[in-house]
Design a protein around this ligand. Structure first.
Ligand code: ADP
Ligand code: ADP
Ligand code: MG
Length: 654
């Protein structure tokens, strides 16, 4: 076994790899960007080395620099995790040349599966069923459009170099094809440096079912059963589980055989995942699934497989990389219970799931039996705009699917995230959704049920605002009393503090607040029952359940069933920001890069017309005109990096 490992990754997966490596007695070597200098994985590793500035292109993707550190630190092997360099064949080769073991498959296998079109042609020859479509080299728009028409709509345009759900567009009508093609190609060129696409049939009622495979250097190839990853948004997995609901022994063995064939076809070694798409309209059947792609690395959702098999996949990766044989054969493997994983993200479901950044003022998970938390950050850390905004994975294992989902829902209900917005309430709602519970779902489930799952703008949080206001007043009062050296009788009353408020005869005073960035003119009252808050136009519900309150540097965050409301005392400086908002200014919704500006100064635009595209976390967000009018200012240019809230375009009312 190796005595040291360099982890060429960050976040939760770096922490995950460190755990196993340490248990196996290895010295753990982290590499990090400037933005990650204080990150959890850096703190947990035995040693850490700076490799470059925040952008991944200048740090986590610079193979040569990482190899330099490996040499200097004397690393025996490099574990690439997932993403970044994990599926980079040149990097795998460079490791071999530098005499350090790459914990992953041979470069040839990575290369063979790296492009979706070539991979499909290859596995087809090994008699693995693939989705019908065009996987050839031609990229002429008219030609692809014609192929799409022949395949029949809906079709899916996919980047051949794609991953993470990017560079993918579903097209339902011929007239939409060209625009979708351009958009997919642009996103693909941007994210993967390769604009090429393929076009395939969009499978109806799609279920994403994938097989975990493992191979050693001695010709043994097994599968570790399936995972169902059909709960997705924008083609990205949100909840994954194992085994797949509705899976039969017959389908499992057919799918397992296909996966093992695909792995053998490329001389696979190590951990890999063969992803299939199944038409779920009539349940899973032995001839109703098709190969989509093979991910030649450890998968984000590997913990559900670990839960049901009792294996440590990272340990197996190390053993296989060190030349050991797989310690079992297919017949030795069994499924134990059911496991479900939820990906906890710093994003705002109420605002179209926009990534959210900032300091985690609170991050707390319950400690329960058969519950596993793989986190990449801890309370007090910040979520930065540079990388995938995943906070943690929450994994529950139960005797049955029902049991696992119940445990997961309970755990999510007890999880506290304050600071960046999170999808915790959304994930809990998903675990509790009756149709999903009953096993009736496909990849469109989330999109069809967004509102029911709480991913929609919500009415003003009056109860949270009032609770926050009272907490602020109590805090202010305590502070004033303490500094005045006043001894208190009973609960603190704001009227005990002569200079804190202007008293009126009826013991009511105006209390201007900033709630979620908006000015709110609340009124604070006080009688025998204690203090109360009134908010004009928003009756405050009484007799509410307990709300939690987290202090931040400038105010409070009130938590109500996972929903966060920021409350602080109104500050006149906020006012300026309100004015600008009302002026037809289109701002960057987040820290990102301006990819394109579609209008020019003086142009007359319609309400809803596309003005610009901003890209963040490798995903495009289109910005549209807030009203009909004339473009009077363009404040940014394509290629420019802009902070959240930066002015991009100003539209003057017609
Ligand atoms: P997996 O198949 O391992 O579950 P995904 O398919 O969700 O992972 O993502 C594929 C790869 O894309 C992963 O390696 C992950 O690091 C990366 N990825 C996922 N989401 C994002 C994102 N929002 N931005 C950038 N990269 C991402
Ligand atoms: P990536 O490399 O981004 O993971 P995949 O080819 O694995 O790309 O597809 C990502 C997701 O898109 C799948 O999990 C599935 O939900 C959806 N998808 C892919 N191909 C099809 C298809 N032919 N029909 C319907 N949905 C599909
Ligand atoms: Mg995939």
């Amino acid at each position: 076994m190796f005595s040291s490992v360099l982890i060429a990754n960050r976040g939760e997966i770096a922490c995950r790899i460190i755990r196993t490596a340490r248990r196996l007695g290895m010295r753990t070597i982290a590499v990090h960007s400037e933005a990650d200098a204080d990150a959890l994985f850096v703190r947990e590793a035995d040693e850490a080395h700076l490799i470059g500035p925040a952008p991944a292109r200048e740090s986590y993707l610079v193979g040569a620099r990482i190899l330099e550190v490996a040499r200097e630190a004397g690393a025996d092997c490099i574990h690439p995790g997932y993403g970044f360099l994990s599926e980079n064949a040149e990097f795998a080769e460079a490791c071999a040349k530098a005499g350090v073991v790459f914990v992953g498959p041979p470069a040839s296998a990575i290369r063979a599966m790296g492009l979706k079109d070539a991979a499909k042609q290859l596995v087809e020859r090994a008699h693995v069923p693939v989705v019908p479509g065009y996987h050839g080299p031609k990229q002429d728009p008219a030609f692809l459009r014609e192929r799409a028409a022949n395949i029949g709509f809906p079709v899916l345009i996919k980047a051949v170099a794609g991953g993470g759900g990017k560079g993918m567009r579903r097209v339902d009508r011929l007239i939409d094809f060209e625009e979708a093609l351009q958009s997919a190609q642009r996103e693909a060129a941007n994210a993967f440096g390769d604009p090429r696409v393929l076009v395939e049939k969009y499978v109806r009622a799609p279920r994403h079912v994938e097989m975990q495979v493992f191979a050693d250097r001695h010709g043994n190839v097994v599968h570790l059963f399936e995972r169902d990853c059909s709960l997705q948004r924008r083609h990205q997995k949100v909840i994954e589980e194992a085994p797949a609901p509705g899976m039969t022994a017959e389908v499992r063995s057919a799918m397992g055989r296909a996966a093992v064939e695909a792995a053998r076809a490329v001389g696979y070694v190590g951990a890999g995942t063969v992803e299939f798409i199944a038409d779920g309209s009539n349940g899973l059947t032995p001839d109703g699934f098709f190969f989509m792609e093979m991910n030649t690395r450890l998968q984000v959702e590997h913990p559900v497989t670990e839960a049901i098999t009792g294996l440590d996949l990272v340990e197996l990766q190390f053993r296989v990389a060190a030349g050991e044989r797989l310690p079992f054969s297919q017949d030795d493997l069994n499924i134990e219970g059911h496991a479900v994983e939820a990906r906890l993200y710093a994003e705002d479901p109420e605002k179209g799931f926009l990534p959210s950044t900032g300091r985690l003022w609170a991050l707390r998970f319950p400690d329960a039996e058969r519950l596993r938390i793989d986190a990449g950050v801890a309370e007090g850390d910040a979520v930065t705009p540079f990388y995938d905004p995943m906070i943690a994975k929450v994994i529950a294992h139960g005797d049955t699917r029902e049991d696992a989902l119940e445990r997961l829902a309970t755990a999510l209900g007890e999880t506290i995230v304050a600071g960046p917005r999170s999808n915790v309430a959304f994930l809990k709602a998903l675990c509790e959704a009756p149709e999903f519970r009953a096993g009736h779902f496909d990849t469109g489930f989330i999109d069809r049920n967004l509102e029911a799952l709480g991913a929609a703008p919500k009415p003003f949080p009056a109860a949270a605002a009032a609770a926050g206001a009272l907490a602020l007043v109590a805090r202010q009062t305590e502070r004033s009393l303490a500094s005045a050296g006043v001894a208190r009788r009973g609960p603190a009353s704001p009227w005990d503090v002569a200079d804190a408020f202007q008293l009126s005869g009826e013991r009511r005073i105006g209390l201007p607040l900033t709630v979620e960035g908006e000015r709110v003119d609340a009124t604070l009252g006080w009688d025998e029952e204690g203090p109360s808050v009134e908010i004009p136009g928003h009756p405050v519900p009484v007799g509410q359940h307990e709300l939690s309150i987290v202090e931040t540097d400038e105010g409070l965050i009130v938590l109500d069933a996972g929903r966060q409301t920021s409350v602080r005392l109104y500050d006149a400086l906020d006012h300026a920001a309100d004015e600008v908002d009302a002026g037809g200014v289109v701002k960057a919704p987040m820290h990102g890069k301006v990819v394109a500006i579609f209008v020019t100064e003086g142009e007359v635009v319609e309400k809803g017309q596309r003005l610009a595209v901003v890209e963040a976390m490798k995903m495009e967000h289109a910005l549209v005109a807030p009203r009909a009018g004339t473009v009077i200012e363009i404040a940014a240019e394509a290629g420019q990096q802009v902070p959240e809230g930066a002015k991009l375009v100003v539209v003057e009312e017609a």
